[in-house]
Design a binder for this molecule. Sequence first.
Ligand code: ZN
Ligand code: ZN
Length: 159
Amino acid sequence: MRKRIPWKQYFMMQALVIAQRSTCDRALVGSVLVKANRIIGTGYNGSVSGEAHCDDVGHQFVDGHCVRTIHSEMNSLIQCARNGVSTDNTEIYVTHFPCYNCSKALMQAGIKKVNYYFDYHDNPLVIDLLKDCEVPYEQIKINRQYVEQLAHKLENAEN
Ligand SMILES: [Zn+2]
Ligand SMILES: [Zn+2]
């Protein structure tokens, strides 16, 4: 009996797929902004449009970090800004636990919950900020069954 994928896994799976478009392999990060179970914006970490990609020309290091890309979470917010969509009272589904800069922007943009997949240098500054803002965070697990159902579908389509 086929089981429908639950909402949280549905959104996280999309963030994981979107991450595949990232242009810096230091971290393939994707995110979706969700309001009332509708996706209002998406993003991955990548260069400013038209600028060189890390994957093509190498990284741009400052203090051991690649600084070339706009982070996925920022790109999701920026997409909403460009499209004139309010991010107030929105949840984010993001593949990696957000950095401090992105977390500050997310709080300021009215994000009310952070859902993440990979623990990524869980930063105490971020944890404190989320607590101060009373914004909960949750690690989402994806049941293998949904990945396998999809892989099975694709394999059948190839034959
Ligand atoms: Zn890079
Ligand atoms: Zn970030």
